[in-house]
Design a binder for this molecule. Sequence first.
Ligand code: HEC
Length: 154
Amino acid sequence: MMRRGLLLAMTIAVAMMLAACGRATDEQINQALGITPTPTLTAGGIASATAAATATAEARALALASPAGGGGAALGDVTVGARQFTTWCSGCHGPGGSGPDILKPGVLGAAATSDSFQTLLRDGDGHPTTYKITEIDDKQINDLAAYINSKSGQ
Ligand code: HEC
């Protein structure tokens, strides 16, 4: 009587172990361990995410490559432009400087484009100072134009 009871108990224990080991799904294991699995992208998802990233990169490259006239200046980085202005320009174009206040609303407006700044600052056409490409590069001229543009309005 005793031995049959023991055998039965062992059989049940073994059965439960098998069930526990063999049947648990990944989901159940994750749940038991409190793991949130990282969602995996489907092939379609990856393709569209890649396409979107490529499109953005292309748009940016195009924007940088396009000449300044019109929207060009607006594509510069206003924050970088502000830093450039403090470094190179505010001595003359700030309070008490020898140059006009080009940050005043309505002074330059949309006339501040990378094209006009190239002429002015690189060629010195209409400006007392010029800047070499090693001092202010083309992108920074664009940034400067964007900054002044943002200050003096459209
Ligand atoms: C040494 C002083 C000096 C520095 C430095 C200087 N400027 Fe000027 N800037 C002038 C003067 C003076 C004029 C006016 C020139 C004229 O009217 O013939 C002027 C004119 C301008 C104009 C034309 C304003 C208008 O009414 O059309 C712009 C734009 C300009 N500067 C931008 C800049 C920028 C951007 C920088 C910095 C990269 C800079 N300047 C640095 C002295 C300076």
